[in-house]
Ligand binder design. Structure first.
Ligand code: C2O
Length: 510
């Protein structure tokens, strides 16, 4: 584990996590990247160094700390073209921030818009992903969970072999789902699988992190139920389930009690990719009780009887949703209607697409526009995709999936966790104790999702689909929250900004 003061060197390597060897983007030579472990209140100093060298892939990067609110530090959010320029080859960016009161399960990943999918370079979902955990040494909930160990991370990452020159909008098929960076693919060798070791009788907090670029998973562990206690860095009332559908970007902590007979059990997380056929492929990991032989499990999956339903998940000790209860009763009621247009499968929100997020179609990062004096939505680019929000308002956002095929779409908001007052596919509203999280399913065409949050965090925050090629195909907007008091990078503005941005012709001078 790396502490909050660390250096992440982004480079290229040839790796074969599921037995198929391909070039990839890696962090400190590793995939997934190193675990970043911190304690509540820590100051993070993370230097991201770009040592990418493979000319056939992207040579620029940026790294986002998914779920960290970046209160008064939006400039450290790591979002290329929103809060910063991409980091160019042989340059670095120092991310300095505190996570304030946040604790729980987070992650980091490339947010150079298409370090996943591109129409100009041949790359796809790749290796710049890793876990970020913030522990609370004085966790007031510790007695409730009463776990013997809370350090187990189970990361799920879909993985692709085919390097497609054009993935936009077209669902590509994951070749495997890697658990902690290991997996197998259909027709592949019996390569190593991740093993989670447990001691009989002990209780474990397992931190599930869905690092996929596209696929959701139905996660389960044969022979065990799991008690959900955290969703996306927010404590929940304990909820016993036997299967969790987890969308890209989402995290859960679950308590597992090692109270079954001593043997090996399959940990399952097949990618749910349209058109995929995993017959004969094994994409699993192993739960191994101490004393069991080091062999593959022979357990079978039973049909779930208690699959997770988001509407059953409640924020622990929720003070209620902010603002006046009732649909449409917030200070700001924003309707975002999402559609897809053939033939290129570009996504539109209220008729505007965020654009092909390939280099060259981008404008100056929104933060730099704001720091240069832009205040109104009409002057902020990309035109029509930036919504200005005033401070200290209760904002209710309805996300309507008009014709947005390719779901369920995981919708992620930077800068905030939000209350899910209506889950996709449910007709009920909950203004009392809904789950609070930072990635929510917006479901399928015809469904809608309603979320609320308070504008108490100034900065330009991306709201986007966490399926990477949907983002690359324009599925995003930016909330420019309180532009008048958006904090600038440390004073004086460091030279990095100037060093990092000259790829633009008209770089604002600030
Ligand atoms: Cu997980 Cu915009 O990010």
């Amino acid at each position: 584990a790396h502490g909050p003061s660390t250096r992440l060197t982004i480079g290229n390597a040839v790796i074969g996590p599921d037995g198929f060897v391909r070039p990839a983007t890696v962090v400190n030579g590793m995939f997934p990247g190193p675990l970043i472990a911190a304690q509540k209140g820590d100051l993070f100093n993370i230097e991201v160094v770009n040592q990418l060298s493979d000319e056939s892939m992207f040579l620029q990067t940026s790294v986002h700390w998914h779920g960290i609110s970046q209160n008064r530090s939006n400039y450290a959010d790591g979002t290329a073209f929103v809060t910063q320029c991409p980091i160019t080859q042989n340059h670095s960016f120092l991310h300095t921030f505190t996570a304030e009161n946040q604790t729980g399960t987070f992650w980091y990943h490339s947010h150079f818009s298409s370090q996943y999918a591109s129409i100009t370079r041949t790359l796809h979902c790749d290796g710049l992903r890793g876990a970020l955990i913030i522990y609370d040494p004085d966790d007031p909930l510790a007695h409730m969970y009463d776990v013997d160990d809370e350090t187990t991370v189970i990361s799920l990452a879909d993985w692709y072999h085919v390097v497609s020159p054009k993935l936009l909008g077209v669902p590509s098929i994951a070749d495997s789902m890697l658990i902690n960076g290991l997996g197998r693919h259909v027709g592949g060798p019996p390569s190593d699988l991740a093993v989670i070791n447990v001691t009989p009788g002990k209780r474990y907090r397992l931190r599930l992190i869905q690092m996929s670029c596209q696929s959701d998973v139905k996660f389960s562990i044969d022979g065990h139920s799991l008690t959900v206690i955290e969703a996306d860095g927010q404590p929940t009332e304990p909820l016993v389930v036997d299967q969790l559908q987890i969308l890209a970007g989402q995290r859960y902590s679950v308590v597992l009690v090692a109270d079954q007979s001593v043997r090996n059990y399959w940990i399952r997380g097949l990618p749910n990719t349209p058109g995929a056929n995993y017959i004969g492929g094994v994409n699993s990991a192993i739960l191994r009780y101490q004393g069991a032989p080091a062999v593959n499990p022979i357990t079978v999956a039973l049909p779930p009887t208690k699959p997770l339903q988001e509407t059953n998940l409640h924020a622990l000790g929720s003070p209620g949703v902010p603002g006046t209860p009732g649909y449409g009763n917030a200070d700001v009621n924003l309707d975002l209607e999402v559609s897809v247009k053939a033939p290129d499968f570009q996504f539109y929100i209220n008729g505007i697409t965020f654009g092909n997020t390939t280099l060259g179609n981008h404008t100056v990062p929104v933060l730099l526009q704001i720091l240069s004096g832009a205040r109104q939505a009409t002057e902020l680019l990309p035109a029509g995709s930036v919504y200005v929000l005033e401070p200290n308002k209760v904002v209710e956002v309805t996300i309507g999936m008009q014709s947005a095929i390719g779901g369920p779409h995981p919708i992620h908001l930077h800068g905030h966790a939000f209350d899910v007052v209506q889950s996709a596919g449910s007709s009920a509203y909950n203004y009392v104790n809904p789950v609070r999280r930072d990635v929510v399913s917006a479901g399928h065409p015809g469904q809608r999702t309603v979320i609320r949050f308070v504008t108490d965090n100034s900065g330009p925050w991306f709201l986007h689909c966490h399926i990477d090629w949907h983002l690359a195909a324009g599925f995003g907007v930016v909330f420019a929250e309180s532009p008048a008091d958006t904090p600038a990078y440390v004073d004086p503005v460091p030279a990095e900004w100037d060093r990092l941005c000259p790829i633009y012709d008209n770089q604002p001078n600030f």
